[in-house]
Each structure stands twice: as structure tokens, then as C-alpha cells.
Ligand binder design. Structure first.
Ligand code: ADP
Ligand code: MG
Length: 284
């Protein structure tokens, strides 16, 4: 049984006459990082809304096919149970802060407080997350005074403190500079190492190459390609679907025009390995 399974899913929002998801089938395993990629309007956020139960619980419309979490149809799950199982982070770091707390520590504690967890337990768990994410220097700051990148890291911390099994992260870095983006990805990587199942919508392909286990390429409401990150991001066919391959893969293809490379790299460390081997071959 797959952890999360979509079987022949089609969906049309109540407003609009076209199906925005068309016969999507996916099987997601526990503990893996899945990157959803594809052009704007392809249907990535809609897939996220489906997995977290907003479709069909809040958005009505026409849903066909089966969407199962742990083998149980999404229609049968209680929203409250889904909310405990999944954390959701979206694009705009400025709207995710409660606006009611004076310090980052309290902000991160907010969700546990709402669940009426005992104060000493809250303190312990918040302190643990702050340490894990390296947010010590921010903990006494006012959340309103943080930069976009800092807010996004605090948002991730306030989700992680609830210890969800699944994290759905929709374009977390689209409004961040490269440095803040790196910081956010370091945190996503910590979540990954903690065994979370992560569904990540992201456009920065080099970061996907580095951190995702699997890539799902969505195009016009359909799954155009899916597979291991390395296989998809080194496949020239992805470019026919509007995806720019990582720079190392492009360089690899350039080099392959004249010479043999034993593989197309997608990350920096792979590139170093592949090109070192290639140079050694030249010398012999
Ligand atoms: N709430 C909504 N009601 C009607 N149509 C929507 C709604 N949200 C998104 N859409 C439409 O669904 C399609 C897919 O959108 P979306 O899932 O947001 O794509 P992506 O996240 O890949 O950019 C788009 O054509 C979009 O206009
Ligand atoms: Mg989107």
C-alpha cells in the first residue's frame, strides 16, 4: 500500500469550465522528498490542495478518481486529522506569521498552545526546534521585524514543532534572495533527515537536483514525466516540457557533443565526479 496515492484523478474547480487536473496517477512513499515542477497554471498548487484535503473538503467542484492517504480515501478523512498529519507552508512569508505574538519563541509555540499542550512541554519542544533549525539568535525578536527569509524559516519551525508526518511546501523561496533561499533549503533538508515526507513546489532547479528524491513534472493538468530526480533532470526530454535542466546537466550535454561522458551530472558534486573521471580518461 502506498502512503499517498492518486488514482486517475481529474478535477474541475466550481468556477471555470475546464478540468485543471486530468487523469493524474501518482504513488508517493513515506520519507521521500517529491518536487512538483512545471509552468505557472500547470496544476501544482491544485495537487497540493488535493493532498491536504482542501479538495474536496473546502473546494467543491468535480473530483473523479481516488485520492488515498494510508489507503483511506480523502473523502473519508476528518479535516482535523489531516491537519495534524500535514503541515503546509506557502509562498508568501509575510502572511504566515500570526501577528499576535511578540517574540519568535512565542510565535513558534502558537500552534501547540492552541492544542493546549502543557507549558513545560511546549517550552521544551520549541527550544528543541529552535536549536535544530539554528534560530537561536532570532528567538527573542519580534516576528514582525524579520526579513522574508527569516520569516519563512520561522514559519517552517512553527510547522515542524507540531511534528507533522507530511510537509507540503508550495514555492517557499519564490520571494526570497539566493542567500535566504539556501537557508530555507538547509531547513528543508533537516526535515528530510527527520524522515518527513515532503511535497515541494519549487522552480529553482539546482536546488531540486540537490534535495529532491523524485521529480514530478506537471504540464497542463497532467503528469508529463516522473521519476528519480537524477533521471528526470538529466533527460533532455524535460526541456520539451519547458523545464530548464540544471547547469551541470547542460554542460554535460555540451561536452558530450565532442566526447563521451559516462553520465550526465545534475548536481555540483556529481559534476565534479564526472568531469574528474573524464579528465583522467583524457590523460590516458
Ligand atoms: N480557486 C480556483 N478556482 C478556479 N480555478 C482555479 C483556482 N485555483 C486555480 N485555478 C486554475 O487552475 C489551474 C491550475 O492552477 P494552479 O494549481 O494554481 O497551478 P500552479 O500552482 O501550477 O501554478 C489554473 O488554470 C488556475 O487558473
Ligand atoms: Mg502554484
Amino acid at each position: 500500500m502506498s502512503y499517498i496515492e492518486l488514482k486517475g484523478i481529474s478535477y474541475k474547480y466550481p468556477v471555470g469550465d475546464e478540468k485543471v487536473l486530468k487523469d493524474i496517477s501518482l504513488s508517493l512513499e513515506k520519507g521521500k522528498v517529491y518536487a512538483l515542477i512545471g509552468a505557472n497554471g500547470a496544476g501544482k498548487t491544485t495537487i497540493c490542495n488535493l493532498i491536504r484535503g482542501f479538495i474536496p473538503h473546502f473546494f467543491k467542484g468535480d473530483l473523479d478518481g481516488e485520492m488515498l492517504i494510508e489507503g483511506r480515501d480523502i473523502r473519508e478523512w476528518e479535516m482535523g486529522d489531516l491537519a495534524q498529519k500535514m503541515g503546509y507552508i506557502f509562498q508568501n512569508p509575510f502572511t504566515q506569521i500570526s501577528g499576535t505574538k511578540d517574540t519568535v519563541f512565542e510565535e513558534i509555540a502558537f500552534g501547540l498552545e492552541n492544542l493546549r499542550v502543557e507549558v513545560p512541554v511546549i517550552k521544551e519542544r520549541v527550544a528543541e526546534i529552535i536549536k535544530l533549525f539554528g534560530l537561536e539568535s532570532l528567538q527573542e525578536k519580534n516576528p514582525q521585524q524579520l526579513s522574508g527569509g527569516q520569516r519563512q524559516r520561522v514559519s517552517l519551525a512553527s510547522i515542524m514543532v507540531m511534528d507533522p508526518e507530511i510537509l507540503i511546501i508550495d514555492e517557499p523561496t519564490s520571494q526570497l534572495d539566493p542567500q535566504a533561499t539556501e537557508e530555507v533549503f538547509k531547513i528543508i533538508n533537516i526535515m528530510k533527515q527527520r524522515g518527513k515526507t515532503i511535497i515541494l513546489v519549487e522552480h529553482k532547479i539546482e536546488l531540486i537536483a540537490e534535495y529532491a528524491d523524485r521529480v514530478i513534472l506537471v504540464e497542463d493538468g497532467k503528469v508529463a514525466m516522473k521519476g528519480k530526480t537524477k533521471d528526470i533532470l538529466s533527460d533532455i526530454k524535460a526541456m520539451d516540457h519547458g523545464i530548464l535542466l540544471p547547469q551541470y546537466a547542460l554542460l554535460g550535454y555540451e561536452m558530450q557533443k565532442n566526447d563521451r561522458l559516462h553520465e550526465i551530472p545534475v548536481t555540483e558534486s556529481e559534476a565534479i565526479g564526472v568531469f574528474t573521471k573524464w579528465m583522467a580518461g583524457k590523460e590516458n
